[in-house]
Design a binder for this molecule. Structure first.
Ligand code: XIL
Length: 297
């Protein structure tokens, strides 16, 4: 295969990218994206501050723009994200307790109703753990430790057709406390029947040249709990070919690793653009890391 999407599809996987609505008018950008990828994650457009700017007043314009672009190019879409401590609209930041709990539930119901039956996955909850494996203190956590399972139960009822994911960063190293914290939550959810279908490992690698220790063990251990795993926001400092090839190989080696998404198209599109962490340079040329990924798929 000669593109990332087609190469991933040979083993039933997808290869995706984050897409920004504001760049859809850039034909150099859309040409690469349409050619190489078969899954799209809206980079910011389906986050709570974008979809519910005023309480109970929803705006799906930018999210729909990305959805329509993706599906018109035969790509599927991962929704990102419904409940998160960051990128909350101002009105939500100032809520707490029952009012916030109810607002979270309403947000999940309304946003999922809009996209009902359309999205392959939803990142229901994003980044709810601290580095030491404890729960992150946030206004959502302040509503009670059960807020995550409430979010997942609400999501399942709102759209039973989409796969529900927990998504986080720094959960790639199996020996790391945060990885174990998330693992124990997923294990608990599976044992109690809380609906969860997948774990997204963001895979933002910073520095170094090797993979986080036991990365493949992390993927297979989550998978053994009965969930799919995916690498959801991959980017790598200076696009290390060893790390890009290795993260791809780790996913390919784990049957329930369903796909890889890189967090942008060209280095110039990246939220970490000064680190040149993506597979295409600012001029749209394939970098060495592109070849490492393609060869590993
Ligand atoms: C980032 C976007 O790339 C930026 O454009 C935005 O300013 C901040 O958020 N973890 C996530 C993503 O789950 O949503 C974040 O995306 C990167 C870290």
């Amino acid at each position: 295969a000669t593109t990332l999407g087609a190469a991933a599809a040979q083993s039933g996987r997808y290869f995706g990218t984050a897409i920004a609505a504001g760049r859809l008018g850039d034909s150099a950008y859309t040409t690469i994206a349409a050619r190489e990828f078969n899954m799209v994650t809206p980079e910011n457009e389906m986050k709570p501050d974008a979809t519910e700017p005023q309480q109970n007043q929803f705006n799906f314009t930018a999210g729909d723009q990305i959805y329509n672009w993706a599906t018109s190019h035969g790509m599927r879409v991962r929704g990102h994200t419904l409940a998160w401590h960051s990128q909350q609209p101002g009105w939500m930041q100032s809520l707490s307790g029952t009012a916030l709990r109810n607002a979270m539930i309403n947000h999940i119901q309304k946003v999922m109703a809009h996209y009902q039956g359309k999205l392959a996955y939803w990142d229901v909850v994003n980044e709810a753990f601290n580095e030491d494996g404890s729960r992150r203190q946030s206004n959502l956590q302040g509503t009670g430790n059960d807020w995550i399972e409430v979010a997942f139960r609400t999501a399942r009822a709102a759209d039973p057709s989409t796969k529900l994911c927990y998504n986080d960063y720094n959960i790639e190293n199996w020996s790391y406390a945060k990885t174990q914290g998330v693992y124990n939550m997923v294990k608990d959810f599976k044992s109690r029947g809380v609906p969860i279908d997948c774990v997204g490992l963001q895979t933002h690698f910073t520095g170094g040249s090797s993979l986080p220790s036991n990365f493949q063990t992390t993927l297979s251990s989550f998978a053994a709990l009965g969930v799919d795993v995916a690498l959801t926001e991959a980017d790598v400092t200076n696009a290390s070919t060893t790390q890009y090839g290795g993260l791809t190989q780790a996913c390919v080696n784990v049957p329930r690793c369903v796909g890889i998404t890189v967090w942008g198209v060209r280095d110039s599109d990246s939220w970490r653009s000064s680190e040149s962490p993506l597979l295409f340079d600012g001029s749209g040329n394939k970098k060495a890391a592109y070849t490492s990924v393609l060869n590993a798929l």
